[in-house]
Design a protein around this ligand. Structure first.
Ligand SMILES: [Zn+2]
Length: 968
């Protein structure tokens, strides 16, 4: 190693293991270290193997360190030499010949053949000694060239011994190639490692380089052992021809090698495609997993790659750090943090057993079913061993999709946190909940990603057409196969839904588990987009009735549940949204769990993304500190979910600070949409203008805690009032616009009128503009301001940009505060809401900003209404509850029932609802009657429970009526 000393004055900026380095100093390369001396304060000495890569432009130099840190050095002069010195030191080849025991050893029989056999390697080694760049070294030690030379020498050996007998010669050639098999295999791996170096970016170039040098060392070592195997074959006369069966065997071995190579080739790769829209890729069934400005990222197998070539779309493989070790198909992937399923020492199975053994009173391994290949679906039960009705069930699962390793890590770390890392909060949760954690929902696929194909997604079902795998997250029984967008009927597709609902044993096991232990809340971890998704996912624009609970736990973009602190992540929080906001899915887990079991179910898409331009995607680094950060980011949400299990409607999550809403408003125009507690629905009275009746939303799939009530289309009201039992809420409409003639003057710049409307004649639309409200005087005494609007937008499913933002200002536009945003894709209109607090008594401006970077319409807004929320006692002046509900008989057995009209002298109405909230009879009341008559037989009313409302002006009497006609 030549000594390089070059002290160059530099200015330094960056972090090194949590310490900031900033200011003037100098840098020198000494031996295998780079030392940075600071004029003030401590400097740092970097070992060359701490440097993953560098990027320089002559005067600036960025060093990318294995700690994830980046140091930036700049200097007016001398930086070129420093850069060269570091590169030279980093790519210096290690000693390669010392390990060659055969080289020059007595038993190796040195001689002409021996020298010829080793000549190509030694020559390459000698020439590579002085190579100045990575590219030059790779060229000199090119695996294909070395292989060709080795091959040539073996043929020469055989020809020299059997110059005349072709059969003997070919037989010896075959024996020699067998003997050199190990060297050939190592050369193949060197080729893969060389490609990885060529594809690596600046930030990881040295990492790839070091992998390549160890592959080169392996070539030398294998040459050594190969020679020891070749030598006996060269000695002595050949007594007979190689038997035919041996030759066939060898051909078989070759075929196996080819098949092996084929397997590697057939593996899924993460690839980058420029200039092809995501939609076009998805339309052709490519597995689009992300996109960033300028390119889409897909996971493609060899068939996909062939299709890409056919389409003339060029895609490049994204080489991640972990790919570099991918040379050997069939070999166990070496990991230091991640655990395969089967590994008897470090595997998930072994980990769960060890946790349960070490904590017998707090952790119990449960086998909840069996995969297709016979692996157990293992859940860890935390807390008491039994499942008590007094303790609500909470379920955490991970890795429906095999390649999403970080999700399993999240689950395993949550187990450790709850079982091993004790605290008052975890002790209390463990004592009062039945907690179940299933860290690998798809054990076959998961194990397969360790042994055969890192980016495998589905399970390992052998499909009828010979392809493998069903997407387990499309195989649940709710809305299974609803359409071919949210899942695929094609077995080759990555979102193949299977031959029938719950066709897969893994899904049947999860379904049976829900029957036995229905979770109040559940979480299914996936990777890698940085989202918290909740139901529904099967249809654009649908919102869950229990939106108030989902929002409290998942948060909003302004008050998110999960902060994203991963170094280099392209977002700072997980975007919370209904599942369709990413893309529609059917047969999916959370939709099913919510609809079938009432579970408040979430899919966190754990973040991954990018770091220093290095893409992780599904290949989240096998790195303790990054995985620890991922876990720390996601832990508060997991604990809040556990907390909320006692009564989700009363949840007050610490992470978001949003209390779950008992009474919520979604829209006042063109329909009134409110959410009220299901338990109180009979005590609910919604007063919208002109007594518009509200009925339960017929499109609801599930409502466990709340129910949405909707009106027919109405003109914009001035006020909506909801009374639920003793609580009342009033919403005053303070400003509204729907791009209609005669609307209040909102200031539109870059927003245009669009006929694609939800009400009236037009809506607002923009790709890049602003829409500002007039000044709104907010009355004192209001609790909060809500901005309600109907919206649709065509953003990016994988990114928070492009997006639309809602801001408000209390200083006449001098400064603005973010109140909400929309991002992702919503192909149909749905009602959104952004809340603003602390503005009572102030004058407020509200502004919508389209940041879609487009001249095309990308964001549509209609019926924007700004409402002030205030609470009021429910019974107030409007509601009278001290009058009697007096039917002529109850239960009703006859054909007619009469109600005493309690509002003597006043007109009004009578309405009868069934238990589902559907209005089944309505009659105006005039002429000052004493009683009102309902002819039950004429209405064709079935036996059951009914609710009767007698109303006059703002006064109301209600009662419950039992109809049991025909009964004795
Ligand atoms: Zn997934």
């Amino acid at each position: 190693m030549p000594e390089r000393i070059s002290a160059v004055p530099v200015s330094v900026a960056g972090l090194y293991r949590g310490r900031e380095l900033s200011g003037d100093g100098s840098v020198a390369v000494r031996g295998t270290s780079v030392s940075i001396t600071m004029t003030e304060g401590a400097g740092v000495v970097l070992r060359i193997d701490e440097i993953d890569g560098l990027r320089g432009n002559g005067s600036d130099l960025e060093l990318f360190l294995d700690s994830g840190d980046v140091l930036q050095l700049s200097s007016a002069s001398g930086m070129v030499r420093v850069t060269e010195d570091i590169v030279q030191t980093a790519i210096a080849l290690p000693e390669l010949t010392r390990s060659l025991r055969a080289l020059g050893a007595r038993r190796a029989k040195p001689g002409a053949d021996h020298d010829r056999f080793f000549a190509p390697l030694l020559s390459a080694r000698r020439r590579a000694q002085g190579c100045a760049t990575v590219e030059e070294c790779l060229r000199i030690c090119d695996a294909a060239a070395l292989r060709a030379e080795l091959d040539r020498h073996l043929r020469d050996f055989a020809r020299a011994r059997y110059p005349r007998s072709g059969a003997d010669r070919r037989s010896l050639e075959a024996d020699l190639e067998d003997a050199a098999g190990r060297a050939f295999a190592r050369l193949d791996e060197l080729a893969v490692a060389g490609n990885a170096v060529r594809k690596s970016d600046d930030t990881a170039r040295f990492v790839a380089w070091r992998e390549w040098t160890s592959a080169l060392r392996a070539v030398f070592e294998s040459a050594d052992s190969s020679w020891l195997a070749i030598r006996p074959a060269l000695e002595g006369p050949r007594v007979k021809h190689r038997p035919l069966w041996r030759r066939l065997l060898r051909l078989g071995a070759l075929a196996a090698v080819c098949a092996g190579a084929g397997t590697l080739d057939a593996q899924h790769m993460q690839m980058r495609i420029r200039g092809v829209p995501v939609d076009s890729l998805r339309a052709r069934d490519f597995d689009v997993v992300s996109s960033v400005p300028g390119f889409a990222i897909i996971v493609a197998d060899s068939a996909d790659r062939a299709r890409l070539a056919q389409l003339g779309w060029s895609a490049e493989e994204i080489v991640t750090r972990a790919d570099i070790g991918r040379a050997v198909p069939g070999a166990q992937r070496a990991t230091s943090v991640y655990r395969s399923f089967d590994d008897p020492v470090r595997g998930v199975r072994a980990f769960l057993d060890s946790i349960a053994t070490a904590n017998p009173t707090r952790a119990h391994v449960e086998d909840i079913g069996t995969s297709i290949e016979g692996r157990p679906l293992l859940a860890l039960k935390i807390g008491a061993a039994d499942d008590s009705p007094s303790r609500p069930n909470v379920l955490f699962m991970a890795t429906y999709h095999a390649r999403e390793w970080a999700a399993t890590e999240m689950a395993l770390r949550l187990i450790k946190h709850l079982v091993v890392n004790r605290s008052e909060r975890t002790d209390s949760l463990v004592a009062n909940r039945d907690i179940w954690i299933l860290p690998v929902a798809n054990p076959d696929g998961y194990q397969y990603t360790f042994t055969a194909d890192r980016f495998w997604r589905k399970n390992r079902r052998r499909n009828s057409n010979g392809t493998f795998g069903v997407d387990l997250n499309r195989n649940h029984a709710f809305k299974w196969g609803l359409d071919n967008v949210g899942s695929s009927p094609n077995p080759a597709s990555e979102v193949y839904r299977g031959s029938a609902p719950e066709s897969e044993p893994e899904i049947r096991a999860i379904s049976a588990f829900h029957e036995a232990h229905p979770p109040v809340l559940s979480v299914s971890y996936h990777t890698f987009t940085g989202l918290i998704l909740y139901p529904p996912g099967h249809e654009f624009g649908k919102l869950p009735d229990d939106l108030g609970i989902f929002r409290a736990l998942a948060g909003t973009d302004v008050q998110p549940a999960v902060r994203d602190r991963l170094p280099g992540s392209n977002r700072d929080h997980y975007h919370p949204a209904p599942g369709w906001n990413l893309y529609p899915t059917n047969g999916e887990y959370t939709d099913w769990a919510y609809a079938e079991h009432g579970s408040i179910a979430f899919t966190p898409e754990l973040s991954s993304g990018f770091e220093f331009e290095r893409f992780y995607g599904f290949d989240f680094p096998d790195d303790e500190s990054r995985l620890a950060t991922l876990f720390d980011d996601n832990l508060p949400f997991a604990l809040d979910v556990l907390d909320a299990a006692r009564d989700p409607l009363k949840a007050r999550p610490l992470a978001t600070g949003i209390a779950s809403e008992r009474i919520g408003i979604e829209s006042v125009s063109p329909v009134v949409r409110v959410r009220v507690p299901l338990a109180d629905i009979r005590k609910t009275f919604v007063k919208s203008p002109a007594s518009v009746p509200l009925a339960p939303d017929p499109s609801s799939d599930a409502a466990v805690y709340t129910r949405r009530l909707v009106s027919t289309v109405i003109a914009r009201p001035a006020e909506v009032r909801i009374d639920v039992g003793a609580a009342g809420v009033r919403y005053d409409i303070l400003s509204a616009t729907g791009a209609e003639r005669g609307d209040e003057p909102w200031l539109a710049s870059g927003f245009l009128k669009s006929p694609l409307r939800i009400a009236g004649d037009s809506a607002w639309t923009s790709g890049n503009g602003k829409l500002r409200s007039p000044a709104i005087a907010v009355p004192a005494g209001l609790d909060s301001l809500s901005v309600l609007f109907w919206t649709r937008y065509l953003g990016d499913p994988f990114s928070l940009l492009p997006r639309g933002e809602i801001h408000y200002s209390v200083d006449n536009g001098n400064s603005w505060t973010l109140a909400g945003l929309v991002a992702g894709v919503a192909e149909t209109y749905y009602p959104e809401r952004a809340d603003i607090v602390g503005v009572a008594g102030k004058t407020v401006l509200v502004e919508f900003t389209a940041l879609f970077g487009s001249t095309l319409p990308s964001w549509w807004l209609d019926e924007i209404t700004i409402v002030g929320r205030s609470s009021a006692p429910a019974s107030g002046p409007d509601l009278i509850t001290n009058l009697d509900f007096r039917p002529s008989e109850n239960p009703v057995r006859g054909e007619v029932v009469r109600f005493l009209w309690p509002f003597a002298g006043a007109e009004g109405e009578v309405i009868v609802y069934d238990i589902g909230g559907r209005q089944i009879w309505h009659a105006p009341v005039r002429d000052n009657p004493v009683t009102v008559t309902w002819r039950i037989a004429e209405s064709g009313t079935a036996n059951g429970v009914y609710f009767v409302l007698l109303r006059s002006g703002g006064r109301l009497v209600r009662g419950k009526l039992f109809v049991t006609r025909g009964a004795l």
